[in-house]
Design a protein around this ligand. Structure first.
Ligand code: PPS
Ligand code: ADP
Length: 205
């Protein structure tokens, strides 16, 4: 690696962000399978997109069909999955986008490794803290029943660990309240820390 020298191009993150009229950030949704990560991230992206923000949503299920289709669910493979996703998200933030991601990302170390790729304030961790009993009762893909029956090994929350975040910027339990209010709470937070312009949002929310 020491023979490879970083090439500094003339258009930097700030110029790309200014062109788009927004602050690039990564909103990192973490939580158990079925906790509501994709739904929440998708609804928030819709609100931001409709308000004119330039966004992109990276979703675990989708990324595992392409970029990470060679990876499974051992702890080594999850580490590599999240390493790749972190690097891709960094490129997207560098391109000036508001990036949202929805990955279980079960360990604090993995999440902190991604956080360390970003400048302070650019990585916003959202813990989707829906209790496992609710996630298991929802079981939209039937994965919890398969895991209980021993048909899926290393299933997060059943036979593989999930380490609860200790310093997430936001925590949302989707078993309480409704989706519209949860999205509102996220938008209010983003406006309060001034990463999004609340005037821009008024037209749609
Ligand atoms: N063993 C095991 N454990 C957990 N999840 C499993 C497993 N096998 C398949 N799935 C499905 O894969 C989705 C999670 O992928 P992620 O890339 O988010 O996982 S991780 O962050 O690398 O841990 C996850 O999607 P979500 O339900 O949307 O979270 C599951 O549908
Ligand atoms: N905000 C919410 N309020 C109520 N139910 C929700 C909410 N978000 C998701 N759900 C329910 O939970 C299920 C799993 O949601 P999903 O977004 O796919 O979770 P994840 O991406 O964490 O696996 C959905 O099929 C839906 O029934």
């Amino acid at each position: 690696m020491s023979d490879i020298v970083w090439h500094q191009h003339s258009i930097d993150q700030q110029s790309r962000a200014e062109q788009k009229g927004q602050n690039p950030i990564l909103l990192w949704f973490t939580g158990l399978s079925g906790s509501g990560k994709s739904t929440l991230a998708g609804a928030l992206e819709r609100a931001l997109f409709d308000a004119g923000f330039h966004t992109y949503l990276l979703d675990g299920d989708n990324v595992r069909h392409g970029l990470c289709k060679d990876l499974g669910f051992s702890s080594e493979d999850r580490d590599e999955n999240l390493r790749r996703v972190g690097e891709v998200a960094k490129l997207m933030v560098d391109a000036g986008l508001v990036v949202l991601s929805a990955f279980i990302s079960p360990t604090r170390e993995e999440r902190e490794r991604v956080r360390a790729l970003f400048e302070a304030g650019q990585f916003i961790e959202v813990h989707v803290s829906t209790p496992i009993e609710v996630c298991e009762a929802r079981d939209p893909k039937g994965l919890y029943s398969k895991a209980r029956a021993g048909e899926i090994k290393d299933f997060t929350g059943i036979s593989a660990p999930y380490e609860v975040p200790t310093a997430a910027e936001l925590t949302i339990d989707t078993s309480k309240g409704d989706l519209a209010n949860q999205v509102r709470a996220l938008l209010d937070y983003l406006a309060a820390i001034q990463v999004i312009d609340s005037e821009k949002l008024k037209a749609v929310v």
